[in-house]
Design a protein around this ligand. Structure first.
Ligand code: UN1
Length: 511
């Protein structure tokens, strides 16, 4: 088993973490110490202070100064720095992935997979640094040229959640960086150590390239720090990932000052299983989607909408598959499911199952908090499958735990209506080999989600696509495709190379 103390040392982490870091300089905090416990075994990983207002100001000032220098770097040169960050992440993959697993509780494979997402987005951003294209338009006036260009915004504020403690930062920060922005990051207070480990990895790259402090800053804190950021006009863009409740507060505060926001919030993701589904493929996709990261992904599969003709068969197969799941220490690769993040999450799991029963639902398996020496953190629960109705309040809400609701349907239209019949709109999937069913699901009359998959589960999106969703998921897009445009401001330029001044729209103004 991993020696955690030497792991922390290799990642440059002391027993007390800095309250803020500007990449090159770590700032200690003051006042009350908060504890960072591992959900794996309950052990204390580190202690840390929340940053106070003075430290926030100091960090933001460093970011602002870094931006003034960084925006002058040609974008491909910025890409070269990001390439080096990708290399540094490759070298640290095993250690960082292990810490992600130990601090957050996801399986080691998923921890390593998360770091791989970071490496992949670095590669993507390097290529992007040479492709920040604007259009050229034909002017309606003679001897005029019209075009658009994209300029950086300034300092981008990033608020991330515990479940992807490092990858979500990288989706934002690496894209923001090649676009010419500096970043101020507030990680989740549940995963402060991985955030500081990133700073350690970045430091050498920043030094090697003689970059200013503040290009990638981190500030530790609770909701209050997020509120400072949301209200702060010096942060033209806030990219926030987390609950819908948090996103509404951030969106309102940023909107009140007419700032920009990218919101990536809750999901309530469903898989539709049609009579033309390959059930072996479905089983893999649905089980991983529902129990991967112990059901704590925003893309986790929460609902399985099964055609009535194969409902009993799918139910039996799923329950049988769940019986084979091994729950335990996520660093042990023999285990499939690790712990929930903390006791509050365990309470949310047990309460959700109680509420389900009150509403008339039936629990087929699970509903057990595991006890014993291997489960000493008391954060391990048995993944649960339940029979439910879509309109149940508990089915309508996102519970960050491994609870899967089975729903039955008769016609595809009904299945699509059920899939869309929730407030969230992140990820969705259909399992079918019937081309007409698949195309209908993907059409404008089909899934209303930001992500719609065929014969693939709801989770595990690749970084190359734009990631995010509609309705209460917040509408933001991060990561691939043309998501970069949200990190830049568009400027339309019209240039007159003639010697008269014709006006547009045919207006004549003689004097
Ligand atoms: C999240 O849970 O916030 O698609 C992100 C996935 C991962 C990202 C999830 N690539 O499951």
């Amino acid at each position: 088993m991993t020696d955690i103390q030497s792991l922390l040392q290799r990642l440059g982490l002391d027993r007390v973490l800095p309250a803020a870091s500007t990449g090159l300089i770590a700032y200690p905090g003051q006042g009350a110490l908060h504890q960072d416990h591992s959900p794996v075994d309950g052990a204390l990983i580190a202690e840390f202070h929340y940053a106070d207002a003075a430290l926030y100001e100091r960090s933001l000032a460093a970011c602002q100064e870094a931006f003034l220098a960084w925006r002058q770097w040609p974008a491909p040169k910025r890409g070269e720095v990001v390439r080096q960050i990708g290399e540094a992440l490759r070298a640290a993959k095993q250690d960082l992935g292990t810490l992600v697993s130990y601090e957050m509780g996801k399986s080691l494979q998923e921890g390593l997979g998360e770091v791989q997402e970071m490496i992949d987005i670095c590669d993507f951003a390097v290529g992007l640094s040479r492709q920040l294209y604007g259009l050229t338009m034909h002017s309606e006036r003679p001897e005029h040229r019209m075009y658009e260009q994209w300029h950086p915004l300034g300092v981008v504020g990033i608020i991330s959640a515990f479940n992807f403690p490092v990858a979500v930062w990288s989706w934002n920060a690496m894209i923001a960086a090649v676009c010419g922005n500096a970043c101020l990051w507030k990680p989740s207070e549940k995963t402060p150590a991985t955030a500081m480990a990133i700073q350690h990895i970045l430091k050498e790259v920043l030094q090697r390239n003689a970059l200013p402090e503040g290009l990638f800053a981190v500030i530790q804190g609770s909701r209050e720090v997020g509120e400072w950021m949301a209200q702060d006009e010096r942060l033209p863009l806030i990219s926030a990932t987390g609950s819908t409740r948090m996103g509404k507060a951030v969106g309102q505060a940023v909107g009140a000052r007419l700032g920009k926001s990218i919101l990536e919030l809750g999901g309530n993701n469903a898989i539709i299983v049609t009579p033309h589904a390959n059930l072996d493929m479905l089983l893999r996709g649905a089980v991983f989607g529902a129990v991967g990261t112990a059901g704590q992904r925003c893309t986790s599969t929460r609902r399985l909408i099964v055609h009535e003709s194969l409902y009993e068969e799918v139910k039996a197969k799923m329950v049988k598959a769940y019986a084979q799941l091994r729950i335990g220490n996520p660093l042990d690769e023999a285990n499939h499911v690790g712990p929930l993040i903390d006791q509050d999450a365990v309470t949310a799991y047990t309460q959700a199952l109680q509420n389900l029963q009150k509403e008339g639902g039936r629990i087929l398996c699970g509903n057990r908090v595991l006890e014993g020496p291997e489960y000493s953190s008391r954060c391990y629960v048995e993944p649960s499958i339940c029979e439910a109705e879509n309109h149940f309040q508990i089915v309508q809400s996102e519970t960050f735990a491994p609870i899967l609701y089975l729903l039955k349907y008769k016609s595809l239209d009904e299945a699509i209506a059920l899939q869309n019949g929730v407030k969230q709109g992140l990820s969705s999937a259909i399992f079918t080999s019937d081309m007409r069913e698949a195309e209908r699901f993907l059409s404008a009359q089909g899934s209303d989600c930001g992500i719609a998959n065929v014969n693939i589960g709801t989770s595990g999106a690749e970084i190359g696509g734009a990631f995010g969703g509609e309705k209460e998921t917040g509408g933001g897009r991060e990561s691939g495709s043309d998501s970069w445009k949200a990190y830049m401001r568009r400027q339309t330029n019209t240039l007159n190379f003639g010697s008269s001044l014709p006006l547009a729209q045919g207006i004549s103004f003689d004097f």
